[in-house]
Design a protein around this ligand. Structure first.
Ligand code: MV4
Length: 452
């Protein structure tokens, strides 16, 4: 199938990232934008741009009819959803297909199957993928949750089946607090996702979040591209990601990789996907969720495999298969990404939108910056606060950390407060440098800005 024009249904750095991949493939691009994004670089660098509405996401980047109309009037062949917004919306994928636009992502059926987290657990269990001990599907009542929690033992965690990433989640340390946790988690889930279904898992203490990047063609071939270590997160937002993980050796990578491939094959997966695992301090790892989109942190994988994942993703959806050497892809060196947000780390990460007065990006060997902003750009307050991803690559982890320190030092952003000082504090930290951390790292981390 040949594709001449792709509409990018997103904004910010990822929209620009996708436009770059398209242009290298000789594919024309259409940007869509809300009225506050007119001066963003994704609009500037696309071949065409269509304003799809006012700032509110609901009326622009989340508005399916407006995006489909933009694809129609520009005669686009395909739609790339990026991450966030409509990327994992099964209805959107189906509407694209029904209107004869190629959706750059898996089918609506696969998105739905993995979007229902309780059902995804069951599906993966059947595929012989190790899941966290827990409920079979949803727990319909407090009583049923109590019975299952007794069987697997406390602590347990209640999670929203439509959730993912924190909302509608409660850790339960003993039977006496289960009922209240169940009710509050259910209410939260109903409010946030319009679906109060909950499932139960054994709570894994001090886990690491490690995910495997997979890629599948349309002929049943699936490869994995190594892991990403994503344990450095705050309130379920990742701050730093790296590849490889400091604790994954060749043997563990092979086991995790094979398990991820088995899971992807079991659901006839198509395109790029990520299988998330929790790694416990007992050395065991368990399937947690599968993400059916290109992820924010994909560049760390790109740096160690030396491949453009967005180009690969587009090619897979146009029916290309993997060249033979992809099955014995070597991972080279170590990559780290810091997400730079317009937030004040000294004021509980309160968003800090507004005018960027000056903007200097670092450079030199092994340094990459993915951003849609520039000096004179106004960060709108309506969307997430990611303004740039700083990615470094080096031969080994310590060299990469030192390179990240150097690159952070060179980065100058005047105007908004940013998370740069926070990143500088993390990369100075002894435990971080030793690779000894879990998802609890930030909770116990004491931030003191360097005043030198
Ligand atoms: C868990 C877990 C421990 N055991 N699941 C899921 C979404 C991700 N953002 C965090 N998640 C977790 N799932 C089991 N079975 C620990 C986390 C977790 C977490 C949970 C509650 C509050 C804060 C947390 C911080 C990091 C990880």
């Amino acid at each position: 199938m040949e594709i001449k024009k792709i509409l990018v249904a997103n904004r910010g750095e990822i929209a620009l990232r996708i436009i770059r991949a398209c242009h290298e493939l000789g594919i024309r691009t259409v940007a869509v934008y809300s009225t506050v994004d007119e001066l963003s670089l994704h609009v500037r660098f696309a071949d065409e741009a269509v304003c799809i509405g006012p700032p509110s996401s609901r009326d622009s980047y989340l508005n399916i009819p407006r995006i489909i109309s933009a694809a129609e009037i520009t005669n686009s062949d395909a739609i790339h959803p990026g991450y966030g917004f409509l990327a994992e919306n099964a209805e959107f994928a189906q509407v694209c297909t029904d209107n004869e636009f190629l959706f750059i992502g898996p089918t609506a059926e696969i998105i739905e199957a993995m979007g229902n987290k309780a059902a995804a657990r069951e599906t993966m269990k059947k595929a012989d993928v190790q899941i966290i001990p827990g409920s079979d599907g949803i727990v319909e009542t407090v009583k049923k949750a109590k019975i299952r929690a007794d069987e697997i033992g406390y602590p347990v965690i209640l999670k929203a089946s439509s959730g993912g990433g924190g909302k509608g989640m409660r850790i339960v340390r003993d039977e006496s607090s289960l009922e209240k946790a169940y009710v509050t988690a259910k209410n939260e889930a109903e409010k946030a996702f319009d679906n109060g279904d909950l499932y139960l898992e054994k709570f894994v203490e001090n886990p690491r979040h490690i995910e495997i990047q997979v890629a599948a063609d349309q002929f049943g071939n699936v490869i994995h591209l190594g892991e990403r270590e994503c344990s450095i997160q705050r309130r379920h937002q990742k701050l730093i990601e790296e590849s490889p993980s400091p604790i994954v050796d060749d043997k563990l990578r092979k086991k995790m990789g094979e398990m991820a491939i088995r899971g992807a094959k079991a659901i006839n997966y198509e395109g790029l996907g990520t299988v998330e695992f929790l790694y416990g301090d007992n050395g065991e790892f368990y399937f947690m969720e599968m993400n059916t989109r290109i992820q924010v942190e994909h560049p760390v994988t790109e740096m160690v495999v030396g491949k453009d994942l967005v180009k690969m993703q587009i090619k897979l959806h146009t029916g290309e298969t993997f060249p033979e050497y992809f099955y014995r892809m070597k991972l080279r060196g170590h990559a780290i990404e810091c997400r730079i947000n317009a937030e004040d780390p000294e004021k509980n990460f309160i968003p800090s939108p507004g005018l960027i007065k000056s903007f200097h990006v670092p450079g030199g060997t092994g340094v990459r910056v993915d951003t849609h902003v520039y000096a004179g750009y106004h960060i709108p307050s309506h969307y997430d606060s990611l303004i740039a991803k700083l990615i470094v690559h080096a031969d080994d982890r310590l060299t990469a950390i030192n390179r990240m320190q150097r690159a952070l030092e060179e980065t100058i952003i005047e105007g908004p407060k940013t998370t740069i000082p926070f990143h500088q504090a993390i990369v100075r930290d002894k435990k971080f440098r030793e690779g000894e951390f879990s998802t609890n790292f930030i909770e116990t981390f004491i931030f003191s800005p360097n005043t030198e």
